[in-house]
Design a protein around this ligand. Structure first.
Ligand code: IPM
Ligand code: MG
Length: 368
């Protein structure tokens, strides 16, 4: 089969980890006989330097015309002046909105060999396997009015938290569907004791629940959920929440895994249904950022981007067998003791970004 993929490596370690993910994708093509047509483009700081904007119109257009977008990371000290007129993150936010990828899926799994890498006790993190489902194209990030201005009595600023029934229902359904394909537990996160948008959210969650009788739903307030996530994370299967809550809790949840360098994400324009092979246009990126302090040194862990590529195979290209082959290759390489700088322990041998990529490609090629 033929697939069109837009590749946006971005800034910092983005290009390094993307190089490795593309090696693995090429390996998938060879092994399973698929052709991946790749288009490369600049985004974020790299696009600001070259074109003066974080995302060009033609890039957004190409993204909408592709089966999927593979994204590295954007940003860095060079572009982070708060007074700057354009910022790299604008490119990411505009791309999400323009592709309509409202469902951000961030799986967090603790790897046995990393339980000591987390600042939490091994007994707390061992066995954690959860998914944060974050609404990605609404709420405070996009609501209008959104501006800063000056008055006689000082400066003011406003952001707007706004959600429609349609936006809430569709993201809750993603949560229900994902839970259905797993341990069938859904935690809906809100701040219904204070916020109107949250009261609407909870009402809709309660109304939808009878349509998913196989899924057990509970409702948690976001502050209490933040605490539960580090106190007793094993209670969670799928968590679903609005954009800003999801931004915050997904970073918190990432600590459970031991390293940000292991965490992939998918952002989808549709529902990944447990019982069908329906595909959705998607945007795939590692959860980590550009890590400017280690860029160009071969220290970055490419696994988050490789696993994001596996998610792309599964959700946007309809290739679950291929996705699983990539995930198993990663597992095998880790079992074999290969470690990048972020996950290496005393006495273990450290490999570079590209050695890790090569090892995954080899494991993939030699699998039955
Ligand atoms: C994330 C990031 C982005 C967000 C930033 C880079 C705009 O923190 O993907 O979680 O806030 O959504
Ligand atoms: Mg974030």
């Amino acid at each position: 089969m033929q697939f069109n993929i837009l590749v946006l490596p971005g800034d910092g370690i983005g290009p390094e980890v993307m190089t490795e993910a593309l090696k693995v994708l090429k390996g998938v093509g060879r092994k399973f006989g698929h052709t991946f047509n790749l288009t490369n483009d600049l985004v974020g700081g790299a696009a600001i330097d070259a074109y003066g904007v974080a995302l060009r119109d033609e890039t957004a257009h190409q993204a909408r015309a592709s089966h999927a977008v593979l994204f590295g990371a954007v940003g860095g000290p060079k572009w982070s002046d708060p007074a700057a007129q354009v910022r790299p993150e604008d490119g990411l936010l505009a791309l999400r909105k323009s592709m309509g990828v409202y469902a951000n899926i961030r799986p967090v799994k603790s790897y046995p060999f990393l339980v000591n890498a987390s600042p939490l006790k091994p007994a707390v993190v061992d066995g954690v396997d959860l998914i944060v489902v974050r609404e990605l194209t609404g709420g405070l990030y996009y609501g209008q009015p959104k501006r800063r201005w000056s008055t006689q009595r000082g400066r003011r600023g406003v952001d707007t938290m706004k959600y429609s029934e349609m936006e809430i229902e569709r993201i809750l359904r993603v949560g229900f569907e994902l839970a259905r394909g797993r341990r069938k537990r859904l935690t809906s996160v809100d701040k219904a004791n204070v916020l109107e948008t949250s009261r609407l959210w909870r009402q809709i969650a309660i109304e939808l629940a009878p349509q998913y009788p196989d899924v057990t739903v509970d409702h948690q307030l976001v502050d209490s959920c933040a605490m539960q996530l580090i106190q007793n994370p094993k209670q969670f299967d799928v968590l679903v929440m609005e954009n800003t809550f999801g931004d915050i809790l997904s970073d918190e949840a990432s600590v459970l895994a031991g390293s940000l360098g292991m965490l992939p994400s998918a952002s989808l324009a549709g529902i990944p249904a447990a019982r069908s092979r329906r595909r959705a246009r998607g945007f795939y990126e590692p959860v980590h950022g550009t890590a400017p302090d280690i860029a160009g040194q071969g220290k970055a862990n490419p696994i988050a981007t490789v696993l994001s590529t596996a998610m792309m195979l599964r959700y946007s290209l309809g290739l679950p067998k291929e996705a699983q082959a990539v995930e198993q290759a990663v597992d095998r390489v880790l079992e074999g003791g290969q470690r990048t700088a972020d996950i290496v322990a005393q006495g273990e041998r450290q490999v570079t970004t590209s050695q890790m990529g090569n090892a995954i490609v080899e494991a993939l090629a030699s699998a039955a």
